[in-house]
Design a protein around this ligand. Structure first.
Ligand SMILES: CC(C)(COP(=O)(O)OP(=O)(O)OC[C@H]1O[C@@H](n2cnc3c(N)ncnc32)[C@H](O)[C@@H]1OP(=O)(O)O)[C@@H](O)C(=O)NCCC(=O)NCCS
Length: 212
């Protein structure tokens, strides 16, 4: 068993992170592999994500998962809403019987700085500015913003979202290490919707999720 972290948000909504230490055969005992994932490591990540769904809710009907044209996985009867993410040897999942959800997990690496200009809006650059001289914290927070936007992308599920213009930080954030942080976001793709992203740094990764 390699459950790294579990958070029961309430009775109906739970999330967890799994540290992948098992061979493929371990996950295949429970998870039907319905899609041809050719790369062995990606297949292991894929299987671990699905496996985690049933760790969270034992009656999760894995065999009923379908994948939309946008690549969003879903259950046709919506018994549960769910979202999955992987990064390195970690997989994360969130499952809810009542709310729409999105999750993302990212290993923190300075490489994020190279693409930051593609997804940071003016408000986010202003939020990061005081951390200019603190490389580690700046990289963590930049990764957190990226991860939050990936979580919103998955929560939305319809694709075609502009990361800089459709998702924007809109309010103050209190920095905290090893505690949940709330990031107030505006989702502008379909009007002007307020979203409260929850994010947390777990060395060496960042986890973000949204529940509505
Ligand atoms: C789909 C996407 C969010 C996946 O993120 P990633 O970091 O590559 O991978 P993750 O491991 O976090 O997530 C993969 C999981 O997301 C889920 N997923 C894939 N597409 C999805 C979608 N459209 N909606 C919701 N969930 C989706 C799947 O469960 C997938 O895992 P699985 O195939 O094993 O089931 C990402 O590839 C993407 O397309 N991002 C948007 C691209 C973009 O516009 N970028 C602009 C940058 S400026």
């Amino acid at each position: 068993m390699a459950l790294f972290y579990q958070h029961n948000i309430n009775q109906r909504t739970r999330l967890a992170i799994w540290r992948i230490e098992e061979p493929e055969s371990f996950f295949l005992q429970q998870v039907p592999l319905k899609r041809d994932v050719t790369h062995p490591y990606k297949r292991l990540q894929h299987l671990a994500g699905r496996f985690l769904l049933r760790e969270l809710f034992a009656d999760f009907p894995l065999a009923e998962i379908e994948v939309a044209d946008t690549k969003k996985p879903f259950l046709p009867n919506e018994k549960y809403h769910f979202s999955i993410s992987h990064s390195g040897n970690f997989a994360a999942a969130i499952v809810s019987s009542e709310s729409r959800v999105g999750i993302d997990i990212e290993l923190v690496t300075p490489r994020i700085e190279r693409i930051a200009h593609k997804f940071l809006c003016a408000e986010e650059k202003a939020f990061l500015a005081p951390w200019e001289l603190f490389d580690k914290i700046r990289t963590e927070l930049t990764t957190m913003i990226w991860s939050s936007k990936e979580a919103i992308f998955k929560w939305y599920g319809e694709g075609q979202v502009d990361f800089k213009n459709h998702m924007q930080l809109a309010g103050t954030v209190r920095y905290a290490s090893n505690e949940w942080m709330t990031l107030p976001y505006c989702f502008l793709k379909t009007g002007d919707q307020s979203l409260q992203l929850q994010a947390r740094l777990f060395d060496p990764l960042v986890l973000s999720y949204v529940v509505t």
